[in-house]
Design a protein. Structure first.
Length: 309
């Protein structure tokens, strides 16, 4: 049995609501459950605060119109696909609705269950496609971790939160040791396997609230929220110990032992901006590699061997 999908109807008088409720019930595909919001204020709150498969939005909402509500919802982060219900079925109206962020529009005159279901299916497919494109734009193709651009956004967001609530977060820059030797000895395909191996272990061991990104080449970045310097060092040492126990098995005849170098910097105490934080973690990473690799370095010049965990 297909899962029931929640829809939101914003606006409309009682007669219009009854008509749409009946039309939704008569849709022949996946079942829908229609929730009502009569006023602009209630509708906006529901659209922003809850999850719906799609929203049916009346163009006329008393003194304010549906496009104003749609604009406010988008500015508040709502990504729910919206179908605007209007009495204007001209081609110009169609273009206007789409330009303002609606997935589709429907003229209420002559609306049937088939037309409604077709519009809903189109809106849902469009939403899935846009979500997938957005996801691809955030992810590194080789590792499926966040990419460098998304890392920058995450860091900016966490920095603002850290300043607002005066709570620390840490950035750990991680580099695979002697990666050029692996590539030169075994080829780039094996190098890619090693990168995927390390990325999988990193992603599988961090907390749900933390974020892992591929910074470039064989370098990774971990954003550890609500974590001070000591907590970040402990966390990355634990990951390094796991890696030491889990070599990269490329094939039956080839197993590669992998070690890491890491640099740790903490918001506020080690930097006054996101760019400063990245630079501080990078300099600490350089110190770890320059100090012999397979170790963690902090901005105060201290180093800890991974295998001393």
């Amino acid at each position: 049995m297909a899962a029931v999908r929640k829809l939101l109807l914003i606006g409309g008088d009682l007669d219009q609501q009854r008509v749409l409720l009946q039309l939704v019930k008569e849709c022949r595909g996946a079942p829908f459950d229609l929730e009502l919001a009569v006023t602009y204020e209630v509708g906006l709150k529901k659209l922003v605060g809850a999850h719906y498969a799609a929203c049916l939005l009346e163009y006329h909402l008393g003194a304010r119109d549906g496009f104003e509500l749609l604009r406010e919802a988008r500015q508040s982060g709502s990504k729910t696909p919206v179908i605007v219900l209007t009495a204007n079925d001209s081609e110009e109206a169609d273009l206007t609705e789409r330009d303002k962020g609606a997935a589709d529009y429907l003229s209420k005159a002559g609306l049937t269950p088939r037309l409604l279901e077709r519009a809903l299916r189109y809106a849902l497919k469009l939403d899935e496609a846009l979500s997938r494109l957005s996801e691809l734009a955030q992810l590194d193709e080789l590792t499926n971790l966040f990419n460098r651009r998304e890392l920058q956004r995450i860091l900016s967001e966490e920095w603002d939160r850290s300043v607002r609530f005066e709570r620390p977060f840490s950035l750990v820059m991680v580099d695979i040791d002697h990666f050029k030797v692996i590539n030169d000895t075994h080829g780039h395909q094996v190098g890619d396997e090693v990168i995927r191996h390390v990325s999988s272990l990193l992603a599988g061991q961090v907390r749900n609230v933390d974020r892992v990104a591929r910074y470039g080449g064989e370098e990774f970045a971990l954003v550890m929220v609500e974590t001070d310097l000591a907590g970040a060092v402990y966390g990355i040492r634990r990951l390094g110990a796991l890696l030491a126990e889990t070599p990269c098995i490329v094939s039956r005849d080839l197993t590669i032992e992998v070690t890491l170098s890491a640099g740790v910097a903490t918001s506020q105490s080690d930097a006054s901006s996101v760019s400063d934080l990245i630079h501080a973690a990078d300099m600490a990473l350089y110190a770890a590699k320059n100090g012999g690799r397979n170790r963690i370095a902090t901005t105060d010049g201290k180093t800890v061997l991974f295998d001393s965990f």
